[in-house]
Design a protein around this ligand. Structure first.
Ligand code: NAP
Ligand code: SF4
Length: 668
């Protein structure tokens, strides 16, 4: 497969990029870590070597008030310049180009010095901002210009001015957060004065031959956001003020519309950029859920944008552009939009990485070295942990054999990809299948590992990635035909009836409810359910949601006292909870299960008797380890590494499974 539009050079004015792939800005947490700039240099070098057309760094603040969190990265002095030079040198050595994003958090900052156009607290930070004075505004503008000049001194090819996602500039541009009555507020012309003066000041400092990208909020997705006409006025004005490229911003962080979670169909927002293409002349960048070269190529081929931005997909695979250019899309490790190791980590104030690529942001720690002496390795299980172990071990030159009793690789991911919004999980299975071929792993599917296989295989070491099996709670009546297990349902062995009770409110209980609600991954369906106005005729781009009834009554029960879905990811839990609520799913905590019979599930809820009438009861009560062979290996003196769910089923997730598998592969 070739991608002619993706791989045609583009003149951005001050620089020309060799392909249309922009690595979008993403905070990694390394910006503030000890020795973080060395690690950031390695992180960006890997992406430049992978042939990314243009990299944009994570957001760097122009001053202290603009910090996202206390002691966040700043570009304000020559000391900062020295740190950043490590990054720019690494990228340029690898043949890449890089721009620094200047981000002032405004009222999104998580510290007491926060400022904003008006003193209105955001729903996502406890700190009430100070309204900027006229002098404060002038200082902030010159701090933006200073940051850009220092970025140039540090060797960057340009800057991106962050004007979207609800940060300070965006707070100025919309009526929701700008209540000023002076010349920095009022109508759209007053509200956009702040970004225009920033751009003019930057241009004056850096000259004409330095790239300026402006990230424009094209769709705020909050009440009292801008109208489309106001967005167009802003786009034309920033073009006039001297920016070279406009990047698309979709949705504020406080918006109650998911814009990058896995429920968002691929390329779901390219139509917004396409509308803007009709209005302005400079290059435009499309964003959000563009995670494969094919999606990117289609957007470019349709003329909807001049470049595409990918952030998380380049965490997942730094070599995505190179593999696409070499017509090897099957070898790309695709981002599955889970947010579990990238955005969730950042919101938990941890360093970012990637669920499908644990080496992301830890390039030095996860460097793969050839084995000193090749060994014959048995990997038991071809779920995510076993696949990661197998390909890592084989990459190092070992002779690797993988066994799985199922007829195909993928383990629990084969179930996950049946859930609406999780179709991308199939990409991980495709990637591992391809990598096994490329690295020479010998695959034995539909084959049990017996004592004889262990005895006669001539193995030097074993990696036990035999996974988990569903927990079977002991409730009277569990042998009723009404009782189904989640794996049977997701495999399609049984179709539950119209009234379903789910036992268990963990990730799989929530996935089961989503599966039973149904619905697909189509863009129209998603826009309707989340109330996005694709006619662009309303303020902020919001309209009343339209939910299509699923025809099923679904109830989720759990025993504990905590809030429903408390263990779900920080950045995606609210999406799942809202989806279930919109679709009428009821949840009951503090449930004591008494028995199951033809009427349904008899229980006590908060100490009071309660019957949950049900056609089917689907058990999603966690898992237990499946590792019976470990003892046999040890008896026979075979060195065995136990990874993933086979090691500990509790708190298992694919992030731990893939990381443990990879580390085992590095250790043999
Ligand atoms: P889980 O998160 O451990 O949840 C198990 C559920 O079963 C809990 O709600 C628990 O709640 C209940 N339970 C446990 N023992 C029980 C028993 N003996 N009888 C009745 N109920 C019992 O397990 P999971 O849902 O199977 O998920 C497995 C892993 O996959 C988790 O780590 C999860 O994070 C991950 N996962 C994540 C996602 C995601 O979207 N991020 C999606 C799917 C899976 P009570 O003890 O309160 O009853
Ligand atoms: Fe994508 Fe998940 Fe990796 Fe984040 S952690 S980059 S969402 S695959």
């Amino acid at each position: 497969m070739s991608y002619p539009h993706l791989f045609s050079p583009l003149d951005l004015g001050p620089i020309t990029v060799p392909n249309r792939i922009l690595m979008g800005s993403m905070h990694t947490g390394l910006e503030e870590a000890n020795g973080g700039f060395r690690r950031l240099a390695a992180f960006y070098r890997a992406r430049a070597k992978g042939e990314v057309g243009l990299i944009v760094t994570g957001g760097i603040s122009p001053n202290r008030q603009g910090w996202l969190a206390p002691f966040g990265a700043r570009m304000a002095s020559s000391k900062d310049v020295r740190h950043h030079q490590e990054i720019t040198a690494a990228v340029h050595d690898a043949g890449g180009r890089i721009a620094m994003q200047i981000l002032h958090a405004g009222r999104y900052g998580y510290h007491p010095f926060v400022v904003a156009p008006s003193s209105l607290r955001s729903p996502i930070s406890p700190f009430k901002p100070f309204a900027l004075s006229e002098r404060g505004i002038r200082n902030t503008i010159s701090n933006f210009a200073r940051a850009a000049a220092l970025a140039r001194e540090a060797g960057y090819d340009g800057v991106e001015v962050m004007g979207s996602e609800g940060y300070l500039i965006n707070q100025f541009t919309v009526p929701r957060t700008n209540k000023r009555t002076d010349e920095w507020g009022g109508d759209i012309h007053g509200r956009i004065r702040f970004p225009l003066e920033i751009i003019r000041a930057i241009r004056q400092q850096v000259g004409q031959d330095f790239l300026i990208i402006y990230r424009l909020s094209m769709l705020d997705l909050v009440e009292d956001g801008n109208t489309w006409d106001e967005v167009v006025i802003q786009a034309k004005a920033v073009q006039e003020a001297g920016v070279n490229v406009i990047n698309t911003g979709i949705g504020w962080h406080e918006a109650r519309v998911p814009t990058i979670a896995s429920v968002v169909p691929r390329g779901a927002y390219s139509w917004v950029t396409a509308r803007m293409k009709k209005e302005i002349d400079i290059p435009l960048i499309a964003v959000n859920r563009i995670n494969t070269p094919a999606v990117a190529e289609d957007i470019l081929a349709r003329g909807e944008a001049d470049m595409v931005s990918m952030a998380r997909p380049l965490l997942a695979d730094p070599e995505l552009p190179k593999k696409a250019r070499q017509a090897k899309p099957g070898s790309i490790n695709t981002c599955i939009a889970c947010n579990q190791a990238c955005l969730d980590h950042i919101f938990e104030r941890k360093e970012a990485s990637c669920l499908v690529n644990p080496a992301a942001c830890r390039e030095e720690e996860f460097a793969i070295h050839a084995a000193a002496a090749p060994k014959k390795i048995l990997v038991v299980g071809a779920g995510p942990a076993g696949c990661a172990a197998a390909v890592t071990t084989a990459e190092r030159g070992h002779d690797v054999h993988v066994y799985d009793s199922a007829s195909r690789i993928g383990g629990q991911f084969n179930l996950a990809c049946q859930v609406p919004g999780k179709a991308d999980y199939a990409e991980t299975i495709r990637y591992y299948a391809q990598r096994m071929v490329e690295t020479g792993v010998v695959l034995h599917v539909s084959t049990e590992v017996t004592a004889e296989v262990l005895q006669t295989g001539g193995w030097d070491e074993v990696i036990m990635a035999s996974g988990v099996r569903p927990r079977r709670p002991t409730i009277p009546g569990m042998d009723s035909p009404k009782v189904l297990y989640y794996d049977e349902v997701l495999r399609g062995d049984h179709t539950p009836g119209k009234r379903v009770v789910i036992i268990g409110a963990g990730g799989i209980g929530v996935d089961m409810a989503t599966y039973l609600i149904g619905g697909g991954d189509q863009t129209d369906h998603y826009l309707d359910e989340w109330g996005v106005d694709d006619s662009l005729s309303t303020r902020g781009g919001l309209q009343p949601p339209i939910v299509r009834p699923s025809g099923r009554s679904i109830t989720i029960c759990y025993r504990s006292t905590g809030k429903f879905g408390a263990g779900l990811g920080k950045t995606t839990g609210w999406v799942h909870r809202m989806h279930l609520k919109k679709n009428g799913v009821e949840t009951f905590g503090q449930v004591r299960y008494i028995r199951i019979d033809e009427d349904g599930l008899h229980a006590e809820v908060k100490g009071k008797p309660h019957l949950f009438p049900a056609d089917h009861i689907v058990v999603c009560a966690g898992q237990v380890e499946q590792n019976d062979l470990v003892g046999i290996c040890r008896e026979r003196g075979l060195p065995v590494h136990v990874v993933g769910g086979a090691r500990i089923a509790g708190e298992l997730d694919a992030k731990r499974a893939i990381e443990e598998g990879t580390k085992a592969g590095m250790a043999v």
